[in-house]
Unconditional design. Structure first.
Length: 282
């Protein structure tokens, strides 16, 4: 609504009620997850059985907490490893892409830009299947022709990293490009006039200016990698990331342990967002 336009109390009440219901709709599922993470029951449902920390720190069956569940801890470690690898690759290639699309003019630039954006509009499950089929075809061809087994093209951590990188790199490119477009090129020219080489000017002037975008792109890429399910499901091997591990457990029956893991993910994501905001303000 436009604040300068007069409106009666009924309109104000309806508008405020709509805003309150909208945010309640968004927050209510998260509140339910948080509440049942502390429920002293083997099932994440009513009635409330009392408050407990067992789903975090319990070490006796059937209430094995997150910090004593080796499979969950292993899955978290796998997700962190995959997320860091994907984020590092995405930020590196995304920064290169940002310079390419903002600084240079060449034939086919628009077509190449569209190809870069394309993974964002392709459903994750389709993207995962396509990557799996292509990687399997290449691996089988290498084995049939040269008897070489290219393990990186088989389902596993390496293929998960490559699969997630295929679309996360696009997000990193867009984040860095948005910052690079506002950069004052005369700063680089001043560094060149003072005797710096092109690489030194970029390293000492442009990259520090892009630092907030680089950190933001890394955090966004990490979160996208950590929570990805559709593409990862098609490419995963024996070492399953957290989303796949939780899905497998959910098929066997939900427990408050999954609520506890979800609460930890919400807290972790919030902390990363706060760190990114604090860094950008600094």
């Amino acid at each position: 609504m436009i604040p300068t336009i007069p409106r009666n109390r009924a309109v104000d009440w309806i508008y405020n009620a709509y805003i309150a219901m909208f945010f309640l709709y968004l927050a209510l599922p998260l509140i339910v997850v948080v509440v049942f993470a502390f429920n002293d029951s083997q099932f994440p449902s009513l009635p409330w059985q009392g408050f407990t920390w067992d789903w975090f720190f319990g070490d006796t069956h059937p209430k094995i907490g997150v910090f004593h569940e080796r499979s969950i801890l292993s899955a978290i470690g796998t997700s962190v490893f995959v997320g860091v690898c994907v984020s590092a690759l995405a930020v590196s290639i995304g920064t290169t892409n940002a310079f390419l699309f903002n600084r240079y003019e060449f034939r086919g630039k628009n077509a190449l830009y569209v190809l870069m954006i394309l993974p964002l509009v392709i459903p994750g499950i389709v993207l995962g299947i396509s990557i799996l089929v292509f990687a399997s075809y290449m691996a089988n061809g290498a084995w049939d022709l040269m008897q070489i087994d290219i393990g990186i093209l088989r389902p596993g951590i390496a293929l998960v990293v490559l699969g997630q990188f295929s679309f996360v790199a696009t997000i990193a490119t867009l984040v860095v490009s948005a910052r690079l477009k506002s950069f004052d090129h005369t700063l680089e020219e001043a560094a060149l006039n003072l005797g710096a080489s092109q690489l030194t000017a970029v390293r000492t002037v442009t990259i520090p200016y892009l630092a907030p975008a680089l950190v933001g792109a890394f955090v966004v890429a990490f979160l996208m990698s950590f929570e990805n399910f559709n593409t990862t499901l098609m490419l995963v091997g024996s070492d399953a990331p957290l989303t796949i591990s939780m899905f497998e457990r959910l098929k066997e029956g939900s427990t408050p342990l999954l609520n506890a893991v979800s609460l930890m993910l919400m807290v972790g994501s919030s902390l990363l967002a706060l760190v990114m905001i604090a860094f950008q303000k600094r």
